[in-house]
Design a protein around this ligand. Structure first.
Ligand code: TRP
Length: 475
């Protein structure tokens, strides 16, 4: 079967940006930055993006394009079948991430419906407990996640270029335009200055080593790196496209969206009375709690009633273009490695992911055990307790645990393997040709890139991991 291709550079950029830009930018980054006290965390995060994210983005895309294969068999095709274990880490990560991502994505559908109701019937401020009650509603949590998984599976089942690319071409630009519009409105709010200070004034006494690991892990998560999603997407890229400028574009777009999302939400939080406390109770809900206040109380004259529902539908689409890339990694393992047909592969992958997402959905209050269970059990002392602290920061609840171990461990470890492979195992002739074509042109840039991939990226990832492990609080 001939391989599907992106129709051109624009198509690839949008599909890759569609994978990268998602709940990681709109939902997760604003709330983890809030939890880590802004400034210093943001700076470390930007460093991680530049030093680790960009070189790795180029690496993953080049592996994919060179091998013309998804992560499941890319390394074997390049002559190093022993490295195919990376594909399995990737699939495991995809499974774990989708297992909670689909649930959060479902929240955007609920917010869309809620906003639509307010736009039609008039706004009624929800009570402080409303979001918690919603989280603890088992039917809503499972049902919305289900809807989301079905939509994802249908697109993945139909193949890549027709569905994903066409949708991304319309939806991603619309999302950006709407975000910029909302940003302009929020910049006029009285809390905008405070938001800027919180976001960009670093105070390193407020950041610990776990925070640094979280920043690194989030750099992977937000750029869809460390599990071969970009390998798979790169494999559909034509030889005539240039890897480096495209990678830079995707990284810049992703970073801008994340920062804009923070600016918007923090400005609202610092402006609206009492919102700080409300958000503080459960920062996880920030994206869904703060913006309605803006749309229906501050933007009444500037189209809030229209922008509100539209915004959440765009969030849902941003999430969808990400879940597609996650599911595609799992499906392509079954198809490329085990020769299953696409239908069987998609149904199997989606059903098992949905099973896991039910557990996540019930871990937000609906089920006491799932909401508080810890990875290594509940003992308050001893080795297991130390392991909980080290591996999951002692977090409880299925969704929290899946989120934490995927971003903080699976993706950095997968990324470490990929960078070592590209830097030290893949012949430099191959990587150079793939990145710059055969000419001599950019040899200086190539040397810089190779230096990063060989030394800087592995050292940075290794250092952060060692620091967290050694600095772990074992009491
Ligand atoms: N990058 C996406 C986001 O920010 C999530 C995502 C999609 C992802 N595909 C991935 C994360 C692959 C890691 C690996 O929402």
């Amino acid at each position: 079967m001939a391989r599907d291709n992106w129709s051109g550079r624009f198509g690839f950029v949008l599909a890759a940006a569609g994978s990268a830009i998602g709940l990681g930018n709109l939902w997760k980054f604003p709330y983890i930055t809030w939890n880590n006290n802004g400034g210093a965390f943001v700076l470390v995060y930007l460093l991680c993006i530049l030093v680790v994210g960009l070189p790795l983005m180029c690496s993953e895309i080049l592996i994919g394009r060179r091998s013309q294969s998804s992560v499941a068999s890319a390394f074997g095709r390049l002559g190093h079948p022993k490295w195919d274990f990376v594909g399995f880490i990737g699939v495991a990560a995809g499974f774990v991430i989708l297992g909670f991502y689909a649930v959060i994505a479902g929240w955007s559908l609920a917010s869309f419906a809620e906003c639509l109701g307010w736009s039609v019937q008039g706004y009624e401020a929800p009570s402080d407990e409303a979001f918690g009650t919603f989280l603890a509603d088992p039917l809503k949590q499972i049902g919305l996640g289900f809807v989301f998984m079905v939509a994802t599976s249908l697109i993945v089942w139909r193949g890549v270029s027709g569905g994903i690319e066409r949708a991304a071409k319309i939806l991603m630009p619309t999302l950006m335009v709407i975000l910029v519009y909302i940003l302009i409105v929020t910049c006029t709010l009285s809390g905008a200055g405070e938001a800027l200070t919180f976001l960009f004034k670093p105070d390193f006494s407020k950041l610990d080593s776990h925070g640094v690991l979280e920043a690194l892990g989030h750099a992977f998560f937000t750029l869809s790196l460390g599990m071969g999603a970009m390998i798979t997407y790169g494999s559909y890229m034509k030889k005539s496209e240039r890897v480096v400028p495209i990678s830079i574009t995707v990284v810049i777009l992703d970073t801008i969206i994340a920062l804009v999302a923070c600016m918007i939400m923090y400005s609202i939080i610092f402006t609206v009375d009492g919102l700080r406390d409300e958000v503080g109770k459960s920062t996880v809900g920030m994206l869904f709690v703060t913006l309605p206040k803006l749309f229906y109380t501050e933007m009444t004259g500037s189209g809030g009633a229209f922008v509100g529902p539209l915004f959440y539908i765009l969030v849902a689409f941003a999430a969808l273009s990400s879940t597609i890339s996650l599911l595609e990694v799992i499906v392509s393992l079954f198809v490329d490695r085990y020769g299953w047909n696409r239908t069987k592969a998609t149904v199997t992958a989606a059903t098992s992911v949905f099973g896991l997402s039910v557990l996540s959905a019930l871990s937000l209050g609906a089920n006491g055990f799932l909401s508080s269970v810890k990875l290594f059990g509940s003992s308050e002392t001893g080795v297991l307790h130390s392991l909980n602290k080290l591996v999951t920061k002692d977090k409880g609840g299925v969704l929290n645990i899946l989120d934490h171990i995927s971003a903080n461990w699976l993706l950095p470890i997968g990324g470490l393997a990929i960078t070592i492979y590209v830097g030290w195992v893949l012949p430099t002739k191959d990587s150079k040709e793939e990145l710059f074509g055969e000419g001599e042109g950019s040899s200086l840039f190539y040397k810089v890139w190779l230096f990063f991939v060989r030394f800087v990226v592995p050292a940075a990832i290794g250092w952060v991991i060692v620091d967290v492990v050694l600095g772990g609080d074992f009491s």
